[in-house]
Design a protein around this ligand. Structure first.
Ligand SMILES: NC(=O)c1ccc[n+]([C@@H]2O[C@H](COP(=O)([O-])OP(=O)(O)OC[C@H]3O[C@@H](n4cnc5c(N)ncnc54)[C@H](OP(=O)(O)O)[C@@H]3O)[C@@H](O)[C@H]2O)c1
Length: 244
């Protein structure tokens, strides 16, 4: 069974991605700081129904010095790493002029430095197999901008630039690197948005609705599978037409 690491796999988009990839026959190693009941249920379902599987590994991905041993540990336990989905992220907002320096650093560490280092260590494993898939979860705000999300947007725009360059670097080794950019999606990260704000986003979207976690999961699944074998260096936007 091929192994794929899904960071932030315990809830929200990461949980939907892991569930979908296990349904497609992959062994998902979901990484987060804490296990959740939803992930435990998804793991049980995958074990009962297959064809893939879901494992959990507890790790604080902001602890950059531990990422090398995290990836090494996954390899030692499960074998070569085929896929990496850099999905874990922090959605901290605020006007830049009021933000604590420590929060700016937290955002950059978890949303940008951590996925870059995970890609570095996972790609070393993929290189040996001359095959692999990396998917970075960015955001539409990387391209559009959003008042109150300047630092968050910067971290996501960095991921898009990283995706494009790394795709060029790793292509000759048979490794694809892409990004998926979700628009607003209802998860714990966005629970503070008011009903009015949600309606506003919906009204401004071409499809007059919001995308769901499963829509993001299916895009990641597409990139991970045979359909994605000749797609690299791209960004797939999943936002129900909010930014078209
Ligand atoms: N929801 C949206 O509207 C939206 C839109 C565009 C992009 N995105 C992006 O999509 C991704 C997932 O978002 P989401 O809405 O699903 O977020 P979420 O519901 O807040 O889930 C975040 C996940 O990341 C994990 N995580 C957070 N900090 C971590 C850390 N230090 N170490 C390890 N794991 C950590 C969380 O588990 P623990 O807390 O247990 O560690 C959880 O599994 C993020 O990169 C986000 O920026 C979301």
């Amino acid at each position: 069974m091929r192994n794929v690491i899904v960071t932030g796999g315990s809830r929200g988009l990461g949980l939907a991605i892991g569930t979908q990839l296990a349904r497609s026959g992959l062994r998902v190693i979901a990484v987060a700081r804490k296990m959740t009941d939803e992930l435990a249920a998804a793991r049980e379902l995958a074990a009962a129904e297959g064809p893939g599987a879901i494992e959990f590994r507890a790790a604080d991905l902001a602890d950059l010095g531990t990422l090398s041993s995290l990836v090494r540990g996954v390899r030692a336990e499960h074998g070569p790493i085929y896929g990496l989905v850099n999905n874990a992220g922090l959605g901290l907002g605020g006007l830049l002029t009021n933000m604590l320096d420590a929060d700016v650093e937290r955002l950059i560490t978890l949303n940008t430095a951590s996925p870059i280092l995970l890609a570095k260590y996972a790609a070393r494993s993929m290189m040996l197999e001359r095959a692999g898939r990396i998917v970075n979860v960015a955001s539409v705000v990387a391209a559009t901008g959003y008042s109150g999300l300047s630092v968050y947007s910067a971290t996501k725009a960095a991921l898009v630039g990283f995706t494009r360059s790394l795709a060029r670097e790793l292509g000759q080794l048979g490794i694809t690197v892409n990004a998926v950019s979700p628009g607003f999606i209802s998860t714990e990260m966005t629970k503070d948005l008011t009903a009015e704000q949600r309606e506003h986003i919906q009204r401004r979207s071409a499809l007059r609705r919001l995308a769901d976690p499963v829509d993001v999961a299916r895009s990641v699944d597409f990139l991970m599978g045979e359909s994605g074998r000749n797609i690299t260096g791209t960004v797939i936007t999943v936002d129900a037409g909010n930014t078209t």
